[in-house]
Design a binder for this molecule. Structure first.
Ligand code: 6PG
Length: 248
């Protein structure tokens, strides 16, 4: 395990071990609280095995479903039942079977445009949080799951887009995506995503090695800039690990 710039890198053997390690971290965070828990999920392919694991008896029985709330860090502006909609994927794999409907908080995509969706989700988050200003002593989320794209984006915060510099808004609309699917996006901003006890990146497979090398070298990419006010953990499997990476 390496501690660098407030970021811990935990190396595991493969994708299966990575999903297990992520599930255990999520369960530990849930177990650390007796009151309401807020988890911010992510889209893409990286978290699918984790979601499948959370649906198995061993893990789902450890989740007090009534007091865990599920949010999403970014959304593709596609109908709520489109298989490429991020929350649709999480709902299909595990949420719809176990979570009370009132505890699932999708980003709306039936609005006139992504900006309107962003305003609505921001106000939903603020009402859940009970304030319009984030207090570092009271993080919005317990866990924020993240992935990294080939261009170094995370959530729908793409390199050099204005959304990455946002400091006031919690959620913004992104008119055009930098990667597939090329549909408008809605994304939480760095301050909102960072307001958590734990930000947990999952990075698996050799096709991630190139971008991980750049992120770990400290390039000014969204995935490098995304940090929690609490712990920032990168769970990485051996196939994704840069050749020159040395565990210290
Ligand atoms: C999305 C995601 C995005 C994702 C990365 C990694 O809407 O696509 O939230 O930020 O996490 O692109 O995607 P993969 O896990 O598919 O590699």
């Amino acid at each position: 395990m390496t501690l660098s710039e407030n970021r811990q890198i935990i190396v595991v053997s493969d994708a299966k071990a990575l999903a297990k390690a992520a599930a255990e971290r999520v369960i530990a965070r849930i177990g650390a609280k007796t009151e309401r828990v807020a988890i911010c999920l992510t889209g893409g392919s990286s978290p699918k095995q984790l979601y499948q694991l959370l649906a198995t008896d061993a893990y789902r029985s450890q989740i007090p479903w009534d007091h865990v709330h599920w949010f999403i860090g970014d959304e593709r502006f596609l109908p709520a039942d489109d298989p490429l909609n991020n929350m649709a994927m999480a709902r299909h794999i595990f949420l719809d079977r176990f979570a009370p409907a009132a505890n699932i908080h999708p980003i709306p995509t039936d609005t006139a445009d992504p900006q309107e969706a962003a305003r609505r989700y921001e106000s939903e988050l603020q009402s859940f949080y009970g304030a319009k200003e984030l207090d570092p002593a009271r993080p919005l989320f317990d866990v924020v799951l993240m992935g990294v794209g080939p261009d170094g984006h995370t959530a729908s915060l793409f390199p050099d887009y204005p959304a990455i510099e946002e400091t006031q808004r919690w959620v913004v609309g992104v008119p055009k995506a930098h990667v597939e699917p090329f549909v408008p996006r809605v994304t939480l901003t760095l301050p909102a995503l960072g307001s958590c006890h734990e930000m947990l990146f999952e990075v698996s497979g050799s096709d991630k090695r190139k971008i991980l090398t750049r992120v770990l070298a400290g390039e000014n990419l969204p995935a490098h800039r995304a940090r929690s006010i609490g712990e920032t953990i990168w769970l990485v499997d051996r196939a994704a690990l840069p050749e020159n990476f040395r565990e210290r």
